[in-house]
Design a protein around this ligand. Structure first.
Ligand SMILES: [Zn+2]
Length: 174
């Protein structure tokens, strides 16, 4: 019996068909083998559209359509994950910003480098986009160096607003 596959989408990272000698394809279809119970198992394989169609015993048109649907599904899932991470981050950013604001209002905030650094670190930990964390930390530190806690709070407010926009996005709206 021919192996069964599920279509995970397409990729431009692999441009060689792993089934035939075709090289330099624009993109390949990512297929994951299924076991007898229909569960995914093993490593994904990358086939050109024609080979994928033969492997699944369907037309190339059906492969293209299914791959497009899978790609869309993946993009929506990725955006939903980003939105959820931003929501989580937003709660923490708000908490830390309010905490600093309360200390400023109460006159108990001592504008020392250590206090600011602790605040920046707390925000950094809360940050929802790890690849941007260093940049956000640098921005917050620079704001504090230039204008103390007041400037730090303003920068945190901008950071919070940007996070809120991502937290509110509709994953299906591409
Ligand atoms: Zn092929």
């Amino acid at each position: 019996m021919a192996p069964a596959y599920t279509i995970k989408g397409t990729t431009t990272d692999v441009t060689n068909c792993e089934h035939c000698p075709r090289r330099g394809l624009r993109k390949t279809v990512v297929l994951v083998p299924l076991d007898a119970d229909g569960n995914e198992f093993g490593e994904p394989v990358h086939y050109g559209t024609s080979c994928a169609a033969r492997a699944l015993a369907v037309t190339t048109h059906e492969i293209t359509r299914a791959a497009r649907a899978a790609d869309l599904h993946q993009r929506i899932a990725a955006r939903a994950a980003l939105r959820d991470a931003a929501r989580l981050g937003l709660d923490k950013i708000r908490t830390h910003r309010h905490r600093l604001q309360a200390r400023l209002d109460a006159g108990t905030a001592t504008d020392t480098g250590a206090g600011a650094l602790a605040f920046v670190t707390a925000l950094g930990v809360a940050h929802w986009a790890p690849e941007r964390q260093d940049a956000v930390n640098a921005e917050l530190r620079a704001a504090h160096a230039a204008g103390g806690f007041t400037a730090l709070l303003a920068a945190a407010g901008r950071h919070e607003a940007a996070t809120a926009r991502v937290a509110a996005l509709d994953p299906a709206e591409l």
